[in-house]
Design a protein around this ligand. Structure first.
Ligand SMILES: Nc1ncnc2c1ncn2[C@@H]1O[C@H](COP(=O)(O)OP(=O)(O)O)[C@@H](O)[C@H]1O
Ligand SMILES: [Mg+2]
Length: 236
């Protein structure tokens, strides 16, 4: 079953239209990637779903038209956005950030269990549990941003460039944990990445954006076999 579907979605910042018609779908329990160069419209596509940019076209989640909802209404449906640049609360501790992620929930026992799960998924955070988020390394902040999203018990995770600015080994750690999360939780994922090698370890299929529109869509196996993908995104 399709969980999220975008059909011919447009988006504008003020008078400037930057998405010209983006279509994609994420199946229930699936993981789908968005690839593309800087400025292609990847972040804006996630913002269109989260309702933080003005949109046209059709966006459906779980069969319901969600375009035109407010950002808090979209979040309440179970869509958690891990933004580019992470967006953790710097002067709150790791534990407090995780609790903020659960602010729409009141199942105390479930929240405590999910905090334990996040700390098992990201052992680095366990060691930093009382530290302010601003004192964490880039990799730890990325882990915290993902963990905070998990705390909202989402059905769909929107991940924006989780590897950006991280050392390769740290980026791999983050993706290993996200892959484990996917297999254990079944949370569906829409994953923006410039590092296609990493994205392809997680997603089943992907679309490539160029100047606000899809230019290629396929399964991970299909895309890996295409010369233009290998040249542009896989370093050979
Ligand atoms: N807040 C904004 N106001 C105006 N233009 C923006 C804003 N954010 C992004 N853009 C423009 O929209 C286009 C797509 O940007 P973005 O979605 O951030 O691309 P990507 O994430 O693929 O790098 C770019 O041309 C960018 O300059
Ligand atoms: Mg971006």
């Amino acid at each position: 079953m399709t969980l999220l579907e975008l059909e011919d979605v447009t988006a504008s910042y003020g008078p400037v239209q930057v998405l010209e018609g983006v279509s994609l779908s994420v199946p229930e329990n699936g993981a789908f990637g968005i690839l593309g160069a800087n400025g292609a419209g990847k972040t804006t596509t996630l913002r269109a779903i989260s309702a933080t940019v003005r949109t046209g076209g059709r966006i459906t989640f779980d069969g319901k038209d969600i375009r035109g909802l407010r950002p808090d209404q979209v979040a309440a449906l179970g869509i958690a956005h891990v933004p580019e640049g992470r967006g953790t609360f710097g002067d709150l501790s790791v534990r407090e950030n995780l609790r903020v992620g659960a602010y729409l929930r009141n199942d105390r026992k479930g929240i405590d269990e999910d905090i334990d799960y996040c700390l098992d998924l990201f052992p680095n955070l366990q060691e930093r549990i009382g530290s302010n988020a601003s004192a964490l390394s880039g990799g730890e902040q990325q882990m915290l941003a993902v963990a905070r999203a998990i705390m909202s018990k989402p059905r769909l995770l929107l991940l924006d460039e989780a590897s950006l600015g991280l050392a390769p080994s740290t980026a791999k750690n983050v993706y290993d944990a996200i892959r484990r999360l996917r297999s254990e939780s079944g949370i569906a994922m829409l994953v923006v990445e410039q590092n296609a090698n990493l994205a392809f370890t997680l997603v089943d299929g992907a679309t490539v954006l160029e100047t606000g529109r899809n230019v290629l869509t396929g399964t991970t196996a299909e895309l890996k076999g295409m010369d233009e993908i290998r040249r542009a995104y896989l370093g050979g």
